[in-house]
Design a protein around this ligand. Sequence first.
Ligand SMILES: [Zn+2]
Ligand SMILES: [Zn+2]
Length: 240
Amino acid sequence: MKMSAVDVARLRTAILNLLFPPRCVGCKKRGAWFCAACLAVVPRIVPPLCCCCGEPLERPGARPGDLCYNCRREPLQIDGIRSVALFEGPLRQAVHHLKYTGQRDLASSLGSLLAEYWRGNRLPANALVPVPLHASRQRERGYNQASLLAQELAAATGLPVIEGCLVRARQTASQMTLKRLERKVNVREAFACVDDRLAGRQVLLLDDVCTTGATLEACAIACRQAGARSVWALTLAREK
Ligand SMILES: [Zn+2]
Ligand SMILES: [Zn+2]
C-alpha cells in the first residue's frame, strides 16, 4: 500500500501523541493539539461579506455582492478572498504554534476547518497553490505552513497542489508592523512564477492569515502573468 504525505504525517502524529500526549492550545486539556470543543467555538466568518476581499460587512442592510469601503475605493487585483474564521482566541494561538514553535501536527486540525468551509462554500478552483515562503525562511522553519494547509485541503477535496511554480523571489520585511499602503509596496513584485504550470488554471491560493490582502494580491498578479484563468484565495484566518 502506498501512503500519501498526509497519511505519513498522520501516522507520525499518532506515534508522537502516544509518546508525548498533546495539550489543546485553547483549553490546555490533554488529548489533542486543538480539541473538538475549542474547534467548535472558533468564530467562523458569516455573510454578509465584501464580495471581493471577503471582509465581514457590519453596516446595516448590507447584501451579497456589496463591496467594502476599501474595495470600492481601490479594487484588489484578485478575483476574491475568503477566510474561514476571525484571527482571535485559540485559533490565533494555534496559528502561532504552527508557524513559530514547530507544531506542524496542528495542520490537520486546522485543515479540518478548511475542509468544513469547503463543504459549505465552493470557490472556483482546479489547483491549490500555497503562498510560498522565501527559500531561506523555509529552510529555517523546515516547512511552509501554507503548504501543510493546502495538503490537508487537497486530501479532503481531491484538488491537486501545485508547488514550486509560484515563488517568493524577494525576502520581504514582516508585514506585521506596516500600514496598509506600506504593505502593498513591501510585497509588490516579491512573487514570480518560474514555469507555466498555472497557465489556464483556476488557481486557489492558500494561506494561514489574511491581513490586508496585499500578499495575496501580489501572488495573484504573478499567477495572472503566468496565464492563470482566475485567482481566488482562501485563508484560515482573517485579522479584524
Ligand atoms: Zn481545547
Ligand atoms: Zn473588500
